[in-house]
Write a protein that binds this ligand. Structure first.
Ligand SMILES: Nc1ncnc2c1ncn2[C@@H]1O[C@H](COP(=O)(O)OP(=O)(O)OP(=O)(O)O)[C@@H](O)[C@H]1O
Ligand SMILES: CC(C)(CO)[C@@H](O)C(=O)[O-]
Ligand code: BAL
Length: 280
């Protein structure tokens, strides 16, 4: 595994691989790697000839400075995990390398900016759009891999690829969970034991709601019951629990729509977690 720290090192390495007719798979991450990331890398290794993982905690996508300060950064462990998982290259840039100057560019992702994560994390998707475009431009991958856990992020990036005519195939990897159902997430390391037990409430409510909807229960009734479950749990604070179209993320309450998902975000203690579940 080669560690690349500058844009120049990346473009030289990628030029070499392309001259050998290798396809390039990009796995963007913010580090603090877990089995969700490792599953994405496995998928890339199966489908792309060369796998490039990136580790960069992108400041422009954080709408909350204490979230940025507290984001875990166990780089040495991450590098060991990447080495063992057989990644070919890891790009580990500094802030100066990614942002040699302040970016004032603004994306407009339409309704995706005003609902769910877009609504609760103002500016977040603009920052994601900026960093993902930069990574696409620097690495120029054939394929890029993203987790289903960040379903709205995937919809944003799908739009970015279309709107900016990137010739990149996006590949979605299903959510990997702990035994309790809790979706693996780098922020889980900030949960204490009691919070970690409580955090499975997201998965429990998603599966409960899915079962109820599949039995034909009305969405608004289900949502009210789930809200009541969260209200009874003092360590939790529900931000949203919404039924959406899984490709565009538009909100709906129409169970006849094909391709539905439920998306949720909640604080457990002071850690904000997100999750989602495909319904049909
Ligand atoms: N449990 C998971 N299963 C599958 N993919 C995941 C999972 N968790 C994260 N990913 C994906 O890994 C990629 C990198 O995500 P990131 O480094 O932000 O990790 P994270 O666990 O989502 O961290 P956090 O949610 O705390 O920011 C993204 O495409 C994300 O969707
Ligand atoms: C795609 C990403 C690496 C961009 O910083 C981040 O949003 C993430 O880890 O999901
Ligand atoms: N995994 C999503 C990145 C973020 O929460 O900022």
């Amino acid at each position: 595994m080669k560690i690349l720290r500058t844009r120049l090192e990346v473009s030289n390495a990628m030029r070499l691989e392309r001259s050998k007719n290798k396809t390039i798979g990009l796995v963007p991450t913010m580090g603090a790697l877990h089995n969700g990331h490792l599953r994405i890398i496995e998928k890339s290794k199966l489908y792309s000839d060369i796998t490039v993982a990136t580790i960069y905690v992108n400041p422009t996508q954080f709408n909350n400075s204490s979230d940025l300060d507290n984001y875990p950064r166990p780089w040495q462990t991450d590098l060991r995990l990447l080495e063992v998982s057989g990644v070919d290259y890891v790009f580990l840039p500094t802030d100066g390398e990614m942002y040699p100057q302040k970016v004032e560019l603004k994306f407009d992702f339409g309704h995706l900016e005003t609902i769910l994560e877009g609504k609760f994390r103002p500016g977040h998707f603009n920052g994601v759009g900026i960093i993902v475009s930069k990574l696409f431009n620097i690495i120029q991958p054939d394929h890029s891999y993203f987790g289903q856990k960040d379903l709205q992020q995937l919809a944003v990036i799908r739009r970015l690829v279309k709107d900016l005519s990137y010739n990149i195939e996006l590949i979605k990897v299903p959510t990997i969970r702990e035994q309790s159902g809790l979706a693996m997430s780098s922020r889980n390391v900030r949960l204490n034991e009691e919070e970690r037990r409580t955090a499975s409430i997201l998965y429990t409510c998603l599966t409960y709601a899915k079962d109820e909807l599949l039995k034909g229960q009305d969405w608004l009734v289900v949502k009210e019951k789930v809200t009541a479950i969260f209200m009874k749990e003092p360590l939790s604070n529900l931000e949203y629990f919404e039924l959406v179209k899984s490709d565009t993320l538009e909100m709906t309450s129409d169970l006849q729509v094909e391709g539905l998902a439920i998306c949720t975000a909640a604080y457990i203690g002071d850690v904000r977690l997100i999750d989602n579940m495909i319904i049909n």
